[in-house]
Design a protein around this ligand. Structure first.
Ligand code: PBG
Length: 320
């Protein structure tokens, strides 16, 4: 035998030298939930190790993440009240607006991203306003734009629309520019599937739809060409970065999107993916730490530049 691939696997140092993919804490974006109140850090039962924070405890958590080398957080708000249009989502004294201001105040260097969506703020739990039993696309655009502008005004570095309305990136870009926020970026959840992997998140953010599901706006998991179409549309509308979500069952999509665009591609390692690893680890069925690193490495190998993950702190600790 002339060619023996095992020669390069012989020692740890040799394997390190020829490794093709690496995960670094700087690749990670840490999702955080914030709600009104003070001094709270309430565990989310379906996501062991994840919490609903109040602004004060959130600032501490972000500091800890920063100390581990994680450059960015993405915020999800749990408002005090909900209504049909989700009006608390664009209130200047809304929970995300307050959290952004506090985070930027305590650490101006940390990148603060905000999820822009209506589902946490509407009493019906859908990602926009309802007309004739479905989400009204064009009426929702105006509200998303208002929400994005209010996040920018609070100091957000990037806004991340996750609603999947058509034309929302363009509407948000235009509104941001009109208000003088031409330097606020857009990380678009361009390719977001109607997935059952979001289950634990909906418990964490109290955002489950009260009727029907999200399949009239989020994508069909069976479609791949449509992912390219969605990514290209959002790039034309001014997205600065593109996201694919979920990650683990969609690595082919991460690769395809990476190949067609010239902006950073992020993948969202979502709540259900996190919960599965944690549950199997708790049962003693898998080595949770190794599976975590294998998952994150796989997402990067597929082509993601950035990973949104609840494992951010654990992974950064493992990597240090
Ligand atoms: C809001 C939103 C969701 C997630 C991120 N933003 C839930 C949904 O679309 O129902 C899911 C994140 C996760 O599962 O970790 N629209």
């Amino acid at each position: 035998m002339i060619i023996r691939p095992r020669r390069l696997r012989r020692t740890r140092v040799l394997r390190d030298m020829v490794r093709e993919t690496s995960v670094s804490p700087k690749d990670l974006i840490y999702p955080l939930f914030v709600k009104p109140g003070k001094g709270l850090k309430d565990p989310i039962p379906s996501m062991p190790g994840q919490y609903q924070f109040t602004v004060d405890t959130l600032v501490q958590e972000a500091k800890e993440a920063w100390g581990l080398g994680i450059p960015a957080v993405i915020l999800f708000g749990i408002p005090d009240t909900k209504d049909p249009t989700g009006s608390r989502s664009w209130a200047p004294d809304g929970i995300v607006q307050e959290a952004v201001a506090a985070l930027k105040d305590s650490n101006p260097d940390m990148i603060v991203i905000t999820d822009v969506c209506m589902c946490e703020y509407t009493d019906h739990g859908h990602c926009g306003v309802i007309k004739d039993g479905d989400v009204d696309n064009d009426a929702t655009l105006e509200l998303l734009a208002k929400q994005a502008v209010s996040h920018a005004r609070a100091g957000a570095d990037l806004v991340a629309p996750s609603d999947m309305m058509d034309g929302r990136v363009g509407a948000i870009r235009q509104a941001l520019d009109e208000e003088g926020f031409n330097n606020t970026g857009i990380l678009s959840y361009a390719v977001k599937y109607a997935s059952a992997f979001y289950g634990p998140f909906r418990e964490a953010a109290d955002s489950a739809p009260q009727f029907g599901d999200r399949s009239s706006y989020q994508m069909d998991p069976a479609n791949a060409l449509e992912a390219i179409k969605e990514a290209e549309l959002d790039l034309e509308e001014g997205a600065d970065m593109i996201m694919v979500k979920p990650a683990m069952a969609y690595l082919d999509i991460v690769r395809a999107v990476r190949e067609i665009c010239l902006v950073p591609v992020a993948a969202y390692n979502v709540s259900g993916e996190y919960a599965m690893v944690k549950a199997a680890e708790e049962k003693g069925w898998i080595d949770g730490k190794r599976v975590m690193m294998e998952v994150l490495t796989g997402i990067k190998r597929a082509g993601a530049d950035l990973i949104l993950t609840y494992f951010a702190k654990d992974a950064a600790r493992t990597l240090s």
